[in-house]
Design a protein. Structure first.
Lengths: 255, 339, 346
């Protein structure tokens, strides 16, 4: 089943910059990576899919037009892990994850026992149950990323959107995060759309890749078809070479 | 954590002993034991003949009790509005008056004093209404393209406060000296009231606003993540924030319209609570702020009526106690309730 | 009868004595160039008879008018216009500002006055005096806190505006009535003196009560044979903010409510319509007296003007109606109207 389908989407910030996507679709359990340099429109496209920005064209989520969703319903279908998260209050990790349940509650409701259990379950699914009582503002960037993923999982979404989940993380944390995303997608049959700017990460963890530049999708398809020396050079404006090692391909800059 | 539960229960129940103790304080010498037996008698046998002079009953139940209850309700209103606005605005320097409510209420009171002094109740009615008008002006000014970013709200609040203060100055300038003194005294804030009238006007509105915010206390946590995140989690940010602001304005305007402007409670109490409980979770911060705010204003008013033999403006006491205490907290904790 | 005979004698003695003292004090100089010592102790030199004067306060304006000098007034303060004891011809003069927000010096200069009369000791008085004197305009500063101050101010204004004789006879009349009242009241034995609360209930914010303690109104209560309850507790303080609990503790025999207008008085009376107030002796016995002060109502007598003496008589008859039955305060006012406030008729 398709969790998201986009056709003829267009969004513009005034006249200076616009983002277009003619056709994109993600199935259950599939990972789509938006790959491209800074300012190529990845974040904008993610926000359009989550209706945080109102784009023209058509987006359907689980076969239904996005405009027919209320904000509540949409947040039960789409989990969103934002970029560069700046927390202002020192909530505990558990409290942050619990907030993922808000779309299941009305304005005057407090979270119930069932919501607590969903939050605990999300923590253990992501594998961070041991962090539950730590203060969110005092943990590392990589841990914070996992907490936000757990919060998105607590939303019980069909579609997970991640905006540069590896930014500002160290080498190990980048891999841990991406492994977690891929595992969740497989285990829970969640469709994933994430933005990355490292082509090697995209190669390792994507089922589909959409290469973006200047607000447009230049190429899309399975990693093996989309990523080669020409397309990467076209998108990043940097001469690269592609090498193979133990059956996998890697992009190296020509320096 | 039974220790924490115990602390929470103590904090929530603290207003009750303070309320009783506040009934002991006043110019008229009635010893605490008599007050206690009068209360016991009232509860056990409300219609039986009272063995005490009639004036004792008047003083304890019609002079002190409504005043102490007004302090309780007012402390609750100001600290809960402060806590909820700080959450919604994600800003530690926000207090109950950030949306221009005090400037509006002050202008309303001044209008009533200067031009409608013949109409009974006009000062309270005008100050309540103008408090709301100031809030709606702030909200409308801040709104653009269907959204009201918090930064615009704070800025609009500053602008509206400045505008309303300027209008207030004009009224002060043109009004005669005696009414001017009336405006100045009104602005200082005082809980000296006669009988149950002011309490019965303010308390239902304050409690209504409090009920709304109390029910939304967990949602305020989500709102404190910021607009976009809260929205992505499924919150109707514009609507929910508006309801919090409205409920807060309702509480503050209702109380200010009968008591005048009393400062610092909305800033000091929620911060103290966050530091004391080491959590920003509004599910506990809001009810404990309500309780400590009530305690703070009751104690401040006890001081206002007992430090010297005449009445001191309670707003001056809350500031004199609140500002240095806040400074102490900041020095001691380096603002750690926020980071 | 014996009392009134005594009164006449006392009045006569005091009138003669006052005039004598005034002559000795140099008030009756008569020459056109005079030196006047004003109430802040400054010596003001006036070269020639003053023909153009600017007066900032309503009470000094009223005294000038009562002394027949209204034609000399060329400018007024903004708080003069609401006074009903100042003729319209004076109210239509240029307004130069007031002591709180300051005076527009250029407006004053444009009026080319020979003299400015104003209060001192509060607001922007000091700056204003400095600016006016810097511009070469003599300034007489006055300030009233007691009955004697009003007499003194009347004499100074009379002397400055060339109406010394009129001022003397007015002051003589006021002094004699005042002394008569004092000596009469002094015969009241302590046990017959009622306990009086003289106060003002804030009509704008319920529950605030301002008791007049050591103020001129508060002291009048003592002068006319009452005990001011606020003195007992707050002695030297002037206006004291108290709460209703303090009033219950005092439980005075008499409550005098002060207000500037009838609506303000009646809303104060309305705010006493509460069970708490009803438990007070004065309220139960119907001994609450609303009394006007200031210059907004023709029936106001308590003010820093010759009307003050009438106000004292009025309070005396509230506090000791039987004792002062022979003192007719309305006739005192009638006498003032026919002799000094003629401009109010017609």
């Amino acid at each position: 089943m398709e969790v998201v389908r986009i056709s003829r989407l267009e969004f513009s910030y005034g006249e200076l910059f616009s983002v277009r996507a003619d056709s994109l679709a993600v199935e259950e359990g599939e990972v789509l990576t938006l790959l491209g340099p800074n300012g190529s429109g990845k974040t904008t496209l993610l926000k359009c899919i989550n209706a945080l920005l109102k784009a023209s064209g058509a987006i359907s989520i689980c076969g239904r037009d996005i405009r027919s969703y209320t904000r509540n319903e949409l947040s039960r279908a789409i989990g969103y892990v934002p970029q560069a998260h700046a927390p202002s209050f020192p909530f505990t990790v558990f409290d942050v994850v619990l907030m993922g349940r808000v779309s299941y509650l009305n304005i005057f409701q407090q979270p119930s026992k069932a919501d607590y259990m969903k939050a605990e379950e999300a923590l253990s699914t992501v594998g961070i149950s041991s962090m539950r009582d730590r203060v969110y503002t005092n943990i590392s960037g990589g841990e914070r990323q996992l907490v936000l993923i757990a919060r998105a999982i607590a939303q019980e979404p069909r579609l997970l959107l991640l905006d540069e989940p590896t930014a500002h993380l160290d080498f190990r944390n980048q891999i841990t995060t991406l492994e977690t995303v891929k595992r969740l997608s497989r285990e829970r049959r969640i469709g994933v759309v994430m933005s990355l700017h490292d082509p090697n990460h995209a190669l390792l963890y994507s089922d589909q890749i959409a290469l973006m530049k200047g607000g447009k999708i230049l190429h899309k398809g399975p990693p093996g078809e989309v990523v080669n020396e020409e397309t990467i050079e076209e998108v990043y404006g940097l001469p690269v070479e592609m090498i193979g090692h133990s059956g996998r391909k890697f992009i190296l800059p020509k320096v | 954590m039974p220790k924490r539960k115990l602390l929470l229960s103590l904090l929530i129940l603290l207003p009750f002993p303070i309320l009783i103790a506040s009934l002991f304080i006043g110019t008229y010498p009635i010893d605490p034991l008599t007050v206690l037996s009068m209360i016991a008698k009232r509860i056990s046998d409300p219609y039986g003949a009272s063995p005490w002079p009639e004036v004792y009953d008047t003083i304890v139940f019609n002079v002190r009790l409504p005043r102490v209850l007004l302090a309780l309700v007012g402390g609750l209103a100001l600290s809960v509005s402060g806590a909820s606005l700080q959450g919604v605005f994600r800003n530690p320097l926000v207090d109950s008056y950030i949306l221009g409510v005090s400037a509006g209420a002050g202008l309303g009171a001044a209008l009533g004093i200067a031009y409608l002094s013949d109409v009974p109740g006009s000062v309270q009615a005008l100050s309540f209404t103008m408090g709301f008008i100031a809030f709606f002006t702030t909200y409308t000014v801040a709104k653009s393209k269907g959204e009201t970013p918090t930064i615009s709200l704070v800025l609009a609040g500053v602008i509206v406060t400045a505008l309303f203060s300027a209008l207030l100055s004009i009224i002060k300038f043109f009004t005669e000296a005696e009414k001017l003194a009336g405006v100045v005294y009104w602005m200082m804030g005082s809980l000296a009231v006669t009988g149950w009238g002011p309490l019965s006007q303010a308390a239902p509105l304050v409690l209504l606003g409090f009920a709304v915010i109390f029910l939304m206390r967990w949602r305020i946590n989500v709102l404190s993540l910021g607009d976009e995140e809260a929205k992505a989690l499924g919150v109707n940010v514009e609507r929910d924030r508006f309801i919090v602001l409205l409920a807060s304005t309702l509480m503050v305007s209702a109380f200010v319209s009968v008591a005048g402007i009393i400062g610092w409670i909305g800033l000091v109490v929620p911060h103290t609570v966050r530091m004391l409980l080491a959590t920003p979770d509004n599910r506990v911060v809001i009810p404990v702020s309500a309780s400590l705010g009530a305690v703070f204003l009751m104690v401040a008013d006890d001081l206002a009526r007992s430090v010297v033999s005449f009445e001191l403006p309670v707003g001056v006491i809350t500031t004199l106690v609140g500002a240095p205490f806040f400074l102490y907290l900041l020095k001691m904790r380096g603002g750690s309730a926020w980071k | 009868m014996k009392t009134s005979l005594l009164s006449v004698v006392v009045i006569a003695v005091i009138a003669v004595a006052s005039v004598g003292m005034l002559i000795a004090g140099g008030y009756l100089d008569g020459g056109s160039a005079v030196n006047i010592v004003d109430m802040s102790g400054r010596t003001v030199h006036l070269n020639h008879t003053v023909n153009r004067v600017v007066i900032l306060e309503s009470y000094w304006t009223e005294i000038a008018c009562a002394l027949g000098a209204e034609d000399k007034i060329v400018g007024i303060g903004s708080y003069v216009t609401p006074s009903v004891f100042v003729p319209d011809s004076v109210k239509s003069k240029d307004v130069v500002g007031n002591i709180f927000s300051g005076v527009n010096i250029e407006t004053v200069l444009a009026l080319d006055p020979d003299l400015v009369i104003m209060d001192y000791g509060y607001g922007k008085a000091a700056e204003t005096v400095q600016a006016l004197e810097g511009a070469g305009i003599p300034v007489i500063t006055l300030y009233a806190k007691s009955f004697d101050d009003i007499i003194n101010a009347t004499m100074i204004i009379g002397q400055a505006l060339g109406a010394s004789e009129s001022a003397q006879s007015l002051a003589g009349y006021m002094s004699s009535l005042h002394s008569q009242l004092l000596s009469n009241a002094s015969s009241i034995p302590t046990e017959e003196r009622p306990r009086v609360l003289i106060c003002n209930l804030d009509v704008w914010k319920e529950g605030q009560i301002y008791a007049y303690s050591n103020t001129s109104w508060g002291n009048v209560v003592v002068d006319v044979g009452g005990i001011n309850v606020a003195h007992e507790r707050f002695g030297g303080m002037q206006w004291v903010k108290v709460n209703v609990e303090q009033v219950l503790l005092w439980d005075p025999d008499i409550i005098v409510i002060i207000g500037r207008t009838q609506p303000i008085l009646s809303s104060q009376m309305d705010s006493m319509d509460d069970p708490i107030w009803h438990s007070l002796r004065a309220v139960k016995e119907g001994r609450v007296y609303p009394v006007l002060s200031g210059s907004y109502d023709r029936e106001s007598y308590l003010d820093w003007t010759p009307r003050m003496v009438v106000g004292e008589l009025q309070l005396a008859s509230c506090i000791h109606p039987a004792h002062f039955a022979s003192l007719n305060w309305t006739s005192a006012w009638d006498w003032l109207i026919s002799n000094y406030y003629g401009y109010l008729q017609g």
